[in-house]
Write a protein that binds this ligand. Structure first.
Ligand code: CA
Length: 669
């Protein structure tokens, strides 16, 4: 992953053309302000986003302006490593600039054809021991990505980084949309941290995080009138631990933190090590005056490269999943056969058989079920425990994914019976050896034609592009909580209108299902209700992005749901060529347009408890005849009544939609 993106150096000729075209006059200007301070700037191709890097008293800082407004105040850079301290007594050595250009395709993210254009600036600083560190910034129109690079040094073969000084200091009036990092080894069977905490919207930066352990990526910030900032990281695999942000302090801002000592039951180093020449993962900052660049960013994928070739053409699709509502006792042959029949009826590609299948069905009968499924055009995906020794999660099969010998044996067997995917659950935190386990599982699975979903896990960091058989990760307080507790059922509107702006914009998210049961029980009468409307759930299948998406339908839904809902759910795509932000506010409502082939799907979710009318601007559908799925309040029922009608979008692209409380609407061609 080192130095893979460098294209041609910018020549003087290029610079002249750039300047003549009045592209960013600030681009590449190096200003010397004396022996003690060096200042270097780089601007985006459109000139609106500018990163300034400067040293003060031997320490290195960067700041970021958008349209001349400071969105990131001077924030520290640098690392402390075994071979030396690269955070102080730094002396400027050189700067170089490149134009970055990468046209690439993706099959499992929010867009399929991406044209990445950025200006790159690398500044080299020497530490007290005269050892160089390069900080490379890639600046595209709305994204900054930066990392530390270390070249050959004396006889050193590798570097061990014990601490990063990397900081993010936002303007003081900024409010935050953050999810706290949990304490290690708490929660169910001591399985946290697993990125399953509640977001707090619009909080002041000075509010303390729930556990005092800072926040998990991605982190969304509202910088008042100036706009929005999303901070995350990408390109992490076995080369580095997964990082997070500290709690805020006014002097430093948020600091980048390594995992907690106690993760993985205290086992394994929390620091980072990689061979040199080499580089850290990229830290990313997405900036916009509106939420559009936040929702549409592809920076997680722009600055990484595939780590291997796909061993086959992996298929996107939909899956049904008995466990969500039928729970632990449903991993048996008869229940799974019903789910296969349901998937076949719906035209779905996959059935996910959750934990305990080895005990309740057994390997021989799983092979029999897999054959039965394949006759009906459906493929099985099987659940595995990632453990190992990371936590006490007891579900089986265990000890099949944590060592290479067991894993390859298991995958060889899966391939022999036609299993096409795995879901691996209950990982042990973000230490580097755990990131290596994710990478190893993905790489081995590719050798056997198996796609991978992770649960109880970390945030994926660029993995859609890096690992072609990667599908999605949970890393969210997902639909299982809607089932477990009424509190979370009530929060579903908030959650699903939060994630398009944050968790799901940087990476695929396995929410674990559009739920069509109205009560969280197998009989669909008992326990607590679902608080969202049917069209909300249907639209969520478009708003939530994962290339293999769970549609958590049950056989009873076939006779309960109106025909237009079943038809929609039968045809809903999961692979997107383009994504556009139409309207919304994190945690309140969202309207996205996604294109599949030549068809646009506009999906709207109302996360509030009040009706919501919106005048949408849909230029991609101007003058088109569309199907409009909408809802009207039903006096006899808690849930509104859904309907679909043909209508025409105005020639100006304008269309008015109305959503019920915790309702939704869909406009599609
Ligand atoms: Ca979970």
């Amino acid at each position: 992953m080192y130095n893979t993106n460098v294209n041609k150096p910018i020549t003087i000729k290029h610079m002249n053309i750039s300047l003549r075209n009045s592209l960013a006059a600030l681009l590449l200007i190096t200003v010397s302000t004396g022996a003690l301070a060096e200042q270097n700037k780089v601007a985006s191709p459109d000139g609106r986003l500018v990163v300034n890097v400067e040293d003060r008293d031997g320490r290195l800082y960067y700041d970021v302006c958008y349209d001349g407004k400071q969105m990131m105040q001077p924030s520290q850079l640098g690392v402390v490593a075994n071979i030396g301290d690269f955070s102080q007594k730094l002396v400027f050595r050189s700067v170089s600039n490149h134009e970055m250009k990468d046209d690439y395709s993706l099959r499992n993210a929010k867009a399929s054809t991406i044209h990445y254009r950025a200006n790159q600036m690398s500044v080299v600083y020497e530490n007290e021991k005269k050892l160089p560190m390069t900080v490379t910034f890639n600046v595209s129109d709305n994204d900054v990505a930066f990392r530390y690079e270390f070249g050959e040094m004396n006889e050193r073969t590798h570097i061990i980084i014990d601490e990063e000084k990397t900081a993010f200091r936002l303007p003081s009036h900024t409010t935050t949309f953050l999810s706290p990092q949990s304490d290690p080894m708490i929660g169910w069977m001591r399985s946290k941290p697993s990125y399953e905490e509640e977001y707090t919207p619009d909080a002041p930066m000075t509010a303390k995080s729930k556990y005092g352990k800072g926040y998990t990526f991605p982190c969304l910030f509202h910088v008042g009138q100036e706009g929005w900032v999303l901070v995350s990281e990408t390109g992490t695999h076995g080369n580095y631990p997964g990082c997070r942000l500290s709690d805020y302090n006014a002097e430093e801002g948020y600091r980048l933190e390594f995992p907690m000592e106690g993760e993985c039951d205290g086992r394994g180093a929390k620091n980072a090590a990689f061979p040199i020449p080499g580089a850290t993962p990229w830290r990313t900052i997405t900036i916009g005056s509106t939420l559009k660049p936040i929702v549409e960013t592809t920076v997680s994928f722009d600055v990484v490269k595939p780590m291997y070739e796909a061993s086959e053409q992996y298929k996107p699709g939909r899956y049904v999943w008995s466990w969500l509502i039928w729970q632990d006792n449903s991993a048996n042959y008869d229940d799974q056969k019903q789910m296969i029949d349901l998937a076949a009826t719906m035209g779905y590609e996959y059935v996910l058989v959750d934990g305990l299948w080895d005990q309740q069905t057994g390997r021989e009968r799983i092979a029999e079920l897999s054959r039965y499924a394949q006759q009906k055009g459906v493929s099985l995906m099987l659940w595995y425990n990632s453990n190992g020794t990371a936590n006490e999660a007891p579900q089986t099969p265990r000890n099949c994914m944590n060592t290479v010998i067991a894993r390859k044996k298991e995958m060889k067997w899966m391939k022999s019976i036609g299993v096409k995917g795995i879901k691996v659950d209950f990982f042990g935190g973000d230490k580097q050896h755990v990131m290596q386990l994710y990478e190893d599982i993905l790489s081995d699975a590719n050798d056997y034609g198996i796609q991978v979903i992770f649960h109880g896990c970390t945030l994926p960091r660029g993995w859609e592009r890096m690992f072609p058989n990667y599908v999605s990760s949970e890393a969210v307080l997902a639909s299982e909580n809607t089932f477990f507790q009424e509190h979370h059922a009530k929060q579903e509107g908030f959650e699903l209108t939060m994630h398009p702006f944050c968790r799901n914009t940087v990476a695929a998210m396995d929410w674990g299902g559009t739920i069509m049961n109205r009560y969280m029980s197998r009989d669909n009468k008992s326990r607590h209700r679902r608080y969202t409307s049917d069209v909300f759930e249907m639209a969520a299948a478009i708003v939530n992005q994962a290339s293999i998406q769970c549609i958590a339908m049950y056989p009873n839904n076939l006779s309960e749901l109106p025909q237009h809902e079943i038809s929609f759910l039968r045809d809903v795509p999961t692979q997107w060529d383009e994504t556009r932000f139409i309207d919304g506010y994190p945690g309140k409502y969202v309207v996205l347009a996604r294109r599949h082939g030549d068809k646009w799907y506009v999906a709207a979710l109302n996360g509030t408890n009040k009706p919501l009318s919106l005048n949408l601007s849909l230029p991609m559908l101007a003058g088109s005849e569309v199907s409009y799925y909408y809802e009207t309040a039903d006096k006899k029922s808690f849930w509104p009544k859904s309907a679909v009608k043909k209508t025409k979008v105005g020639k100006d692209g304008k269309m008015k939609i109305t959503m019920q409380p915790m309702g939704g609407s869909i406009v599609c061609e």
